[in-house]
Structure formats: C-alpha cells, structure tokens
Design a protein around this ligand. Structure first.
Ligand code: NAP
Length: 563
C-alpha cells in the first residue's frame, strides 16, 4: 500500500525531509527539482510509514488504497517517474537513505560582533515571506517582523489560489504555526515604501527581506485591449478571492463565450471557476460578489487559447488531470490533429503524458454535455480584440500561417503571466520584472534581500518558495556572521512607536486572529470554510474589537523588549 502524491502537491519538499527511506524525488538538492511539476513517491521503495503525510502542508499525500476516483491517475504518475524507460532522472541517481539533505542555515553567532540578536524585517506575508520567517526562526534568538500592506496575511494563498482548491489553502495552517512563534511579529495594514521607507525599516533591523511577489500582469500589446469587456485573469482571480482592491472590478458574464489568452495554470484556474457549478463553489471561500455574479452567468464556453501547439502547453500535468476530472473539456478537430502529431514525435515523459490526456478529450463539434464547458485551443496568436464600444471577440493569426481566425466572445481575459513591480529605493530590472540579486542578496542596496517571485520571476508553486527563501536566509546569516550588517539603532519598542505614529490602524497578530475567527464563524452558518471580509475598513474594525492582551502576554512582551 505505497503512498501517492496527488494534484495539490506544493513542492515545498517537507515530505522529502520527513521520509526515512529517501523515496520521494526530485528532492530540493537535485537538478530536476527546479523544473518538476510535482514530487513523486517511489512505490517500490515506500515503506508506508506515513511520515510524509504528516509533513505535507497541503494534504496532498495518501495511501494508494484511500484515493478518490479522481486521484487514481496519480498512482501511475508517481510510479512512472521511477521507470527507467521513461524516467526524467536516471534511477542510479537516487540518493542513499543516509544522505538526506535538509537546508542548513548557519547559526547566527550569538551577538558575536553585534549588539543584540539578529533581527530581520520581512516585507510581504505570502509563501516566500513565511518560509523565510520559518528558516530564520529555526535559530534561537532570531527575531522576525513581518510587514504586510493588507490587514490579512498570506498573499496569493488567500488572494490567488482558486477557491475550489481548498486543500492547497491548507498551507495557511503551517503559516499560522510559524506566526505563533514567540519571536515572530506581524505589522499588518502597514505599507513599506509608503508609510515607512526602506531606511526607516532598516534602522530598526539588521536586514530587510522583500518577498513582495510579482503583483502586476504582463500586458498584451495589441489593439483593443483597453475596450470594456477585456481584463486580466490575475485581476479576475483577485476579484473571485475577495481581494479588497478588486471588489469593484467590472466583470461582465452576460455573454455566452469567454476567451482566455495563454494556457498556464492561472488560465486553467479561471476557466474552471467560470464553468463550475455555483452550488459547489458556494461551499468554498469564494467572495460573495463573485458567487452572485456566477449564479447569474450566461457563459456556456470558455476558450483557452495558446499561441503554440499542445506539446508546449504551459499548464502542469497534475492540473490538467484535475481539470479533466472536474469539468467538461473539449478540443476542436484541428487541435486533435496537432495532439496526434505531437504524440508521434514527443520524447520526454511529461509531454507525452500531457498529450495522452489531451487525446482523450471530447470533441468541440459535439453539443455541450454540461452547463458550461472549456475548449482548449492551440496555435492561435492574438492579433486584436474585436468590437467598437466593447469587446465582441478576438482575431487570431493561426500561428506560422497567414490564416486568420476570429472567435466571438463577450469577455477577453489575458493570462500571460505576472510581472514584478519596482520597489522604492531598490534597483530594478524592468525587463525581467525582478530586483537584481545574488542568491537573494540585493547587490546595490544596503541591508536588502529578496525572496520569491521578486527574486526569481513568476514561476513555480507555493512550496518552490521554501528552498528559494532558504537560499536568501543563508546569504543573510552569512553576512550577519561576517559583520557586514549594521546593528539596529533602537529597541523594538521604538519600532512599535514609529509604526503606530505612521499608521495608527496597524493590525497585529491578535487583530488578524480576530478577523480570521470572525470569517470562519460567518462561514460556519453557511457550511463554508469562511466568508471573507472584502473591505479594509471592515477588517480593521473587527481587528480593533479584539480583546486586549492578557497581563501575562503583556509581561512576556515587555521582557522581549528589554532583552
Ligand atoms: P505561465 O505558466 O508562465 O503561462 C503563461 C502563458 O501565457 C503561456 O501559455 C504563454 O505561452 C502565454 N503567453 C505569454 N506571452 C504571451 C503573448 N504575448 N501572447 C500570447 N500568449 C502569451 O503563467 P501563469 O499561468 O500566470 O502561472 C504563473 C506560475 O504560477 C506558474 O509557474 C504556474 O505553474 C504557477 N501556478 C500554479 C498553480 C497550481 O499549482 N495550481 C496555479 C496557478 C499558478 P508560451 O508558452 O507560448 O510563452
């Protein structure tokens, strides 16, 4: 009864370190890790101890006898990785059980040539930020202050992961545990770069790690992208998830067809949610305004249009398997031909597997079986958005030909990737959308480090940020131990005073827990995981009403300040 890794694998590698027989690969120290779409358990070597199940933060691992029907394909997928004929990695590269490598963060020298323990500010509170905090707090005495511009933490896990992927959102339980550590502190509803400058923050810390993600979309430079009825998939996802900045996004679902340009995992998320049964979404944490709009939706088909052929599909295999088990997904005649040609020539295991799944899809020419369906379309290079006053469709060139194809649609969404945004007082590579860095150390700004998408660009999964953050923390602690980081100028209480002076409506950990509890309570009555607050004012009000800290916690806090 070997264990199996399933669709919601976040690739953070916790299972690899927990496994006593080293049967989970690729591990973060293996070269294939960087491009792996998920991790795989070797069914022959697995000893069924279940250690990986407890270690996995997103509940993605189960014994093969306990998988749901939809999860069954993952038994073969895990095993396939270890078959020498298909193996993406040679079998003889398996590490012996004793050579498991956990990230080794050098211990900060206790004070050493410094005037107090290592104190680090982290800007942003998504996965990269929380994994960086986790790594830093493995060392005794280290202090971490996390600054987040929203009153709620966890970045894209709250505002980016699709609401029908609730197991993925379970990683917030791990983040909650990290945030409860004694040396961790939240400064929520505080914007670094606006209410506080880099210099302000650095004056109170040895270093500042920016883990702010890549908040902008890549823009598609074609005519008509400014028409009403066009939008970006990432904004739509933020609207679906109740991000306060996107509550008023105009989303018109009053037409039969939506076109999504690009076919990465974000495109699949959007297509899935737009075609899902609203009664099923009603049991998730989807924003109320989005659920109401989806109940009224006239959308019958979402076309996911890629500019290249099926062998270059940007979505991952686990997500494709998940999509086909939860939605009606079809292909047109020309695309079925492209899949057949791809299958005849594909050599690598992953591409073959994707094409195999695509070859089983229904025919777009047949009448729809479900309320709304998804059509995957290939070799369509976007030329312009059609329409005078609002979008009425898209004109594509059939890639590599002079042929033009038009598709009618009432909503056109681009889903062509994210792009980083410049950070005040830090250098920025506008082309790549990242802060130039050496393994996380920002080369031209004192005391500044980066982790996550602003460091390496918008690729990878939630757990990819664990090894990314670990590398940054290694650099930072090396610099601290080498005496390269200046001591903070003041005691922690001075930071508190400064922040409260600049942002009186700061939300702390207690305030966040009050918001969290109130959202969960609102969800309980409706059989939902939570009902989110979508206005900053409401969140701040709930946080402010949280009971005052006990005498004991105030004493502990005072001792912390005096230390
Ligand atoms: P992505 O995976 O980079 O996909 C971008 C898509 O846009 C590709 O199909 C790309 O086509 C297309 N594209 C780029 N420029 C274009 C242009 N000018 N015209 C037409 N098409 C263009 O981006 P994403 O979907 O935003 O995902 C970002 C990252 O988040 C990925 O690593 C993804 O796996 C991850 N993510 C994971 C999950 C999950 O695990 N469930 C969910 C969401 C996101 P080409 O390939 O031809 O360039």
């Amino acid at each position: 009864m070997p264990h199996v890794i399933t669709q919601s694998c976040c690739s953070d590698g916790s299972c690899v370190y927990a496994c006593p027989v080293n049967c989970i690969h690729p591990s973060p120290d293996e070269p294939e890790f960087a491009s792996a779409e998920m991790l795989y358990i070797d069914p022959v070597a697995c000893v069924d101890c279940g250690a990986c199940v407890s270690a996995c933060p997103v509940g993605a691992i189960a014994p093969d006898s306990r998988l749901t029907i939809d999860q069954q394909p993952f038994i073969a997928l895990n095993a396939l990785f270890y078959e020498p004929v298909h193996a993406a990695r040679p079998a003889d590269k398996k590490l012996p059980p004793t050579s498991k490598l956990a990230p080794v963060i050098p211990a900060p020298e206790i004070h050493g040539n410094h005037n107090g323990p290592l104190t680090v500010a982290i800007v942003g509170s998504g996965p990269a930020a929380m994994y960086a905090a986790d790594e830093l707090l493995t060392q005794p005495g280290v202090r971490v202050n996390v600054f987040e511009k929203l009153p709620t933490p966890y970045g894209l896990v709250r505002a980016g992961v699709a609401p029908d992927h609730q197991t993925t959102k379970r990683v917030t339980k791990l983040f909650d545990r990290i945030a409860r550590r004694r040396e961790f502190r939240f400064y929520l509803n505080v914007e670094v770069g606006d209410q506080l400058s880099h210099a302000d923050v650095l004056a109170h810390h040895h270093a500042v790690i920016y883990a702010v993600g890549a908040p902008n979309d890549k823009r598609l430079d074609i005519d008509g992208m400014d028409l009403p009825g066009t939008n970006t998939a990432t904004e739509l996802v933020a609207w679906i998830n109740g991000h306060p900045d996107y509550v008023d996004l105009p989303v018109d679902l009053g037409h039969e067809r939506v076109i999504v340009i690009g076919n990465g995992n974000v495109a699949l998320d959007v297509a899935r949610v737009l075609t899902a049964d609203p009664d099923e979404l009603a049991h998730t944490d989807i924003a109320d305004h989005a659920l109401a709009a989806l109940r009224e939706s006239k959308v019958r088909e979402v076309v996911v249009a890629a500019r290249r052929g099926p062998e270059h599909s940007a979505f991952t295999l686990p997500e494709l398997i998940g999509l086909t088990s939860s939605a009606e997904v079809v292909l047109g005649e020309a695309d079925r031909g492209a899949v057949r040609r791809g299958l005849a020539t594909a050599t690598d295991m992953l591409t073959k597997q994707k094409l195999e799944v695509l070859s089983t899809l229904g025919h777009a020419e047949n009448p729809a079986m479900s309320r709304a369906r998804i059509r995957l379309a290939y070799n369509l290079t976007p030329q312009r958005v059609l329409g005078q006053r609002r979008a009425s469709g898209m004109e594509f060139a059939v890639t590599g030909t002079d042929e033009v194809q038009t598709i009618d649609a009432g909503l056109v969404l681009t889903s062509i990737g994210y792009h980083g945004k410049a950070i005040k007082d830090l250098p920025f590579d506008d082309e790549a959308g990242v802060v130039p860095n050496d393994g996380g150390r920002v080369t031209q700004a004192e005391g500044a480090y980066v982790a996550g998408w602003i460091k390496r660009g918008p690729t990878g999964f939630i757990g990819t940020n664990k090894s990314c953050a670990a590398q940054t923390v290694q650099r930072l602690v090396d610099d601290y131990n080498a005496g390269l980081l200046r001591d903070p100028v003041a005691k922690p209480s001075a930071l508190d005073r400064l922040v409260r002076q600049r942002q009186p409506q700061i939300v702390d950990a207690k305030g966040w827990r009050a918001i969290d509890a109130a959202e969960i309570a609102r969800g309980e009555v409706a059989d939902r995981p939570r009902v989110k607050f979508t206005s900053v004012a409401d969140m701040v009000e709930v946080a402010a009403a949280a009971p005052a800290p006990s005498l004991r916690s105030r004493v502990v806090e005072r001792i912390r300040e005096l230390a």
